[in-house]
Design a protein around this ligand. Structure first.
Ligand code: ATP
Length: 257
């Protein structure tokens, strides 16, 4: 019996307000247990790709207008994002979305509700999250809105983990954070992946860091995949480095898979 594919995005187009074409035929795959990086400059289409998969795109008057998205061999196009989260596919939005008035711990607990966990299960999940993010244990009673940017990013990731996901769509975890905190968050992502097997599709502008952490990577430009392959191979390519210096010449059509 062939193993079911994990996530397969095939040739999708995505539009906002029926007029703005943000993705123009994006294809990518995530295998179970992988970290896959989605790289590209501002406006390349990274967030839109994640939102197309989670269907959060619909909250911004967007939709997938062409192509298919299969998760474990079933189409998830148009699925309710909450239902997807309950099935193990969850997105962490860009920008550290937390409930500012709730404490760190209350924020985390909201993630547990998605799965309908009992109080005992929630307590056990919380302990797991605190073992991954010891900083959050220290700050558990603080209002989330008063914690640092790095702590808020950890809360956002921790809340997603409370849904017991198998695939996390993680949008720009490094955004606006000091380098040391970014390192800390990427270390935790790597550890989580290794020790729990949770997969990540990771949108990042910080290509260097993402390529160090990922198995495979895709580079987006103007809503198209312009390069893809094993992260270690892409990390060695000058053309990829060029993209992040603002010149994409030569990147077109590099596929190293
Ligand atoms: P960033 O890091 O800046 O978020 P990105 O690679 O994630 O960049 P997207 O946010 O996916 O890029 O944007 C892709 C394109 O879609 C851009 O041209 C952007 O202006 C457009 N876009 C994104 N969100 C919306 C929206 N809600 N309504 C209309 N257009 C949008």
């Amino acid at each position: 019996m062939p193993q079911a594919s994990f996530l397969v995005v095939d040739n999708i187009e995505a539009v906002y307000s029926d007029v703005i074409l943000a993705l123009r035929g994006v294809s990518l795959r995530v295998e179970e247990g992988q970290i896959v990086a989605l790289l590209g400059a501002n406006g390349a289409g990274k967030s839109t790709t994640l939102k197309a998969i989670s269907n959060l795109i619909r909250t911004e008057r967007g939709r997938v207008s062409k192509g298919s998205i299969l998760w474990r061999d079933s189409s998830i196009l148009g699925r309710d994002p909450a239902g997807l989260a309950a099935d193990g596919l969850v997105q962490v939005l860009e920008g550290r979305h937390v409930f500012p008035q709730l404490t760190v711990e209350q924020n985390l607990i909201t993630g547990g509700y998605v799965r309908g966990l009992s109080r005992t299960e929630i307590a056990a999940e919380l302990e797991k999250i605190y073992s991954w993010f010891p900083r959050l244990k220290v700050r558990r009673s603080s209002r989330a809105g008063l914690t640092s940017g790095g702590e808020q990013q950890m809360v956002a990731i921790g809340r997603a983990l409370m849904t017991r996901p198998t695939l996390v769509l993680l949008d720009e975890p490094s955004m606006g954070l000091a380098p040391i905190l970014v390192e800390e968050i990427f270390d935790i992502i790597r550890k989580l992946n290794k020790e729990t097997g949770v997969s990540f599709l990771l949108a990042e502008q910080n290509a260097n860091l993402a390529l160090q952490c990922a198995d495979d990577a895709y580079v987006l430009e103007n809503g198209r995949v312009v390069a893809s392959g094993p992260a270690a191979v892409l990390a060695e390519r000058d053309e990829i480095k060029d993209i992040y210096l603002g010149s994409s010449a030569g990147a077109e059509g590099i596929v190293t898979h």
